[in-house]
Write a protein that binds this ligand. Structure first.
Ligand code: BES
Ligand code: ZN
Length: 618
């Protein structure tokens, strides 16, 4: 059950249940009622006000309704609604508010007439809207202008615009966005490549997308082309570095198309955001949002771009019906990502990443020992924040299942199946049960015995990792392990043969370090390999974790700087988690977090607040 704020909500819930209207039709995280009225097309006319940290304007929704629908239900969170009008009639109509829930937000109910084809909602966002991160100029690379970016997945979109915030509902959109004249605005749509003097930009997304793929970024942003259909946007001082890192993007796009069919979104660009972006990447259509922490200088972390690009098929084209089916988005995408990586950089490279992924998965399985249900592929997030489902289960257990299918029936057969799966369900929704019946019919029926070997239902509905999980071997790590063993046997770090190691081999080395290491040997490692001052965020993060585990305090000043600058949740969480294991560590965590918190996005803040028991006034 979700959290109800008051008795009125409870009463409403009982009433709607009694009258047998499906209250949260199909998607437990949305108030939309798809059997009554759904959105089809959006025209957004908004103004971005940096001084008040508010976005305001009009969301005009063209809708489709059932014959006897008398209302349409929207999701909102923290939105102020000034007025609502129907069709082209400027007269404000009465609307009402339904359930108000801490996780789901506030249900907005707009009554419809028989003739209604569109509803216009005049609204403004709240300055602390969860989807928006408003950065001061000091938090940007250029330090001259402020910056705004949005993050809508999973259910934050409702704090940016009134919408039917369910991945099962799709719409096309156009937008007019007014921003300060010295800034460029970008969306998950056809984008400008240059600023204009008016600060007014027009956008179009002609493919139907779900609400969580709405995106907006505003700042001092420049564009550089990387190929016919690919390019990169970044703050001016980050552009050259970004273009170098992503030089292979056009090739990635071509490799992806060769695997699973045409890219259907026109252009594919990446926007490099300031370091407070809470994720590694976000697959906003036509314009992936990415963290600058993948700019390692040696292109070793670009598989993140393959991942977000792969979502243009798995996720954006065939979309999980609701967040309980999240593995359909992410598991498929990790499999697809590694196939792109393999095509571009070879099997050895893809194997290293798969191995690290499996290690990550094993850690997560340990973390969930007491809540095994969370380790099923199909989730039960009803009543919970869907963000809770964002861990390596969907990604790596999902990947392992697809790898098992590949190993059982052969790569060619799986590729043919996947290509057809994307074609057949393009711009549609998919849930776990539909997927099972589709794969049984379309694939397993052609391979007698395959289903018994794979045991799909065990993978999907049972916790943990089934016994038939493929073993992942990495030749490159076996090589690197020999050097590691030498060090363990007492060889000095500087004598190790690490000259040609990539980021992934370093990560494997650092993650493997034993539970007990003398302080001298930590000093020796740091002196030989300069981990504490590494410009590679993955390596630095892995090293800081080891430094905490081994009480290697010389690294702490660098860790502190890292935690204040970088807001990527994947990096923050393990460090804070390790710190709070001791009283002294907890003090350090609180001291750092106090400074770092204002730099973090809502989703990162929410996670760290909970872990540290942080509350206002501390
Ligand atoms: N779609 C996700 C990010 C996401 C998931 C945001 C759930 C909000 C809720 C994105 O594609 C992703 O998976 N990003 C990963 C990187 C990837 C290489 C595994 C990340 O941000 O770490
Ligand atoms: Zn993803």
């Amino acid at each position: 059950m979700f959290f109800l704020k008051n008795l009125k909500s409870l009463f409403l819930l009982i009433m709607t249940t009694l009258t047998s209207a499906p209250i949260l039709a199909l998607d437990p995280h949305s108030f939309a009622r798809i059997d009554e009225a759904v959105v089809q097309k959006l025209y957004l006319d908004i103004k971005v006000d940096f001084s008040r940290k508010i976005i305001s304007g009009k969301a005009q929704w063209t809708i489709k309704k059932g014959a006897d629908a008398t209302a349409i239900h929207f999701d909102t969170k923290g939105l102020t609604i000034q007025k609502v009008t129907l069709n082209e009639d400027p007269t404000a109509i009465n609307f009402s508010w339904g359930i108000d829930d801490v996780i789901l937000g506030h249900e907005l109910i707009i009554p419809l007439k028989a003739t209604t084809v569109s509803v216009s909602i005049y609204y403004s966002t709240s300055p602390d809207a969860a989807a928006c991160q408003w950065l001061e100029s000091s938090q940007t690379a250029g330090k001259k202008l402020p910056f705004l970016f949005t993050q809508c997945q999973a259910i934050l979109g409702r704090s940016l615009y009134p919408c039917q915030d369910s991945p099962g509902i799709r719409f096309t959109y156009e937008a007019d966005v007014q921003v300060p004249t010295d800034m460029l605005a970008l969306m998950s749509a056809e984008n400008p490549t240059q600023k204009n003097a008016t600060g007014k930009y027009h956008f179009r997304m002609t493919n139907p997308i779900p609400s969580y793929l709405m995106a907006l970024a505003v700042g001092d942003i420049q564009f550089q082309s990387l190929g016919e259909r690919t390019g990169v946007y970044a703050e001016p001082s980050m552009l050259e570095k970004s273009a170098y890192e992503f030089a292979d993007m056009q090739k990635m796009l071509e490799a992806a198309e060769k695997l699973y069919g045409p890219y259907r979104w026109g252009k594919y660009d990446v926007l490099v955001l300031p370091p407070s972006f809470p994720f590694g990447g976000m697959e906003n259509p036509r314009l992936t949002f990415a963290t600058p922490t993948i700019l390692a200088g040696d292109r070793s972390l670009v598989s993140l771009v393959s991942h977000e690009l792969a979502h243009s098929w798995s996720g954006n084209l065939v979309t999980n019906a609701n967040w309980n089916d999240f593995w359909l988005n992410e598991g498929f995408t990790v499999y697809f990502e590694r196939r792109i990586t393999e095509a571009l950089y070879g099997k050895d490279f893809a194997d290293m990443e798969a191995y690290l992924g499996m290690e990550d998965l094993k850690e997560t399985l340990k973390d969930f020992e007491n809540t095994p249900d969370a380790t099923c592929l199909k989730l039960k997030l009803d009543g919970k924040d869907p963000d809770d489902g964002m861990n390596s289960i969907a990604y790596e257990k999902g990947y392992a299942l697809l790898l098992l299918i590949e190993k059982t029936i052969g790569r060619d057969a799986l590729d043919a199946f996947l290509r057809k799966y994307f074609d057949t369900h393009a711009f549609q929704t998919m849930n776990t049960e539909q997927f099972i019946s589709y794969i049984e019919q379309d694939l397993f029926s052609k391979f007698p015995g395959a289903e018994e070997k794979i045991k799909l239902n065990d993978w999907i509905y049972k916790p943990g990792l089934p016994a038939n999980c493929p073993v992942i071997v990495s030749e490159k790590f076996i090589e690197a392990d020999r050097e590691y063993q030498k060090w363990m046997d007492g060889a000095p770090a500087k004598n190790l043969n690490t000259g040609d190691w990539t980021t992934q081999q370093w990560l494997n080395f650092i993650d493997k370090l034993p539970t007990v290491i003398s302080n001298e040997r930590m000093i020796e490692l740091d002196a030989a390999f300069k981990f504490s001052v590494s410009g590679n965020a993955e390596i630095a993060d892995a090293w800081f974790l080891q430094s905490l585990i081994h009480n290697y305090s010389p690294a702490y000043i660098y860790m502190e700087k890292f935690l204040i600058e970088v807001g990527r949740r994947k990096f923050l969480m393990p460090l804070y988690k390790e710190m709070i294991k001791s009283a002294a560590g907890k003090e350090l965590a609180m001291k750092i977090y106090k400074q770092a918190r204002p730099n973090y996005h809502f989703v990162a803040r929410q996670s760290v607040d909970e872990m540290l028991g942080w509350h206002e006034g501390l």
